[in-house]
Ligand binder design. Sequence first.
Ligand code: GRF
Length: 204
Amino acid sequence: MTQIAIFASGSGSNAENIADYFKGNPDIGVALILSNKQDAYVHERAKKLGIASFFFTKVEFDEGTKILDVLRKNKIDFIVLAGFLLKISQPILDAFSGRIINIHPALLPKYGGKGMYGDKVHQAVIDAGETESGITIHYVNEHYDAGHIIYQVSCEVQSGDSCDILAARVHALEYAHFPRVIEDVVRELYMRGDIPSNEKGRIG
Ligand code: GRF
């Protein structure tokens, strides 16, 4: 089975949606949720889902050893960032090269980069008078929001939209598409032999 770890810094509604999507799937599952915030609501969601969750500090994240140890112990093959606010650290990037993806709540390369997260993104889109926004699912590299784009889908920005209304529209796209795209990417990597498994042949 391919085991996914999700990193999230906040509410974790995507994390929950992804975990629900893979529930009962014999090939792919969410094994672990990790957060750099001890009080993030995502820990409550993990408890409810019966998934182990783990808190780490930024220092531990940047140094890498403790987190890589937890990922190894849980036999994690693939990492999903869902509302995770830290830039991925080099030790984790090295260990999971080509096996980390992120979701961004706008159409990259616009409205990405350092400091562009959550409502700041939606407000910038509204302030710029854009008529469309959307989601971008992309591989993660050493730069914020700059890895190879895997999938984008757009939605309308209507005149008079508040940040909350636009965020809700974008969230709906995330819930509808992110789990399926994760599944497609994991299956492709697995078929290419880029996801190691001790049970080769189970996906496909
Ligand atoms: C999502 O919009 C995601 O695209 C962005 O942060 C938000 C996280 O929401 N990176 P949630 O924590 O999954 O509810």
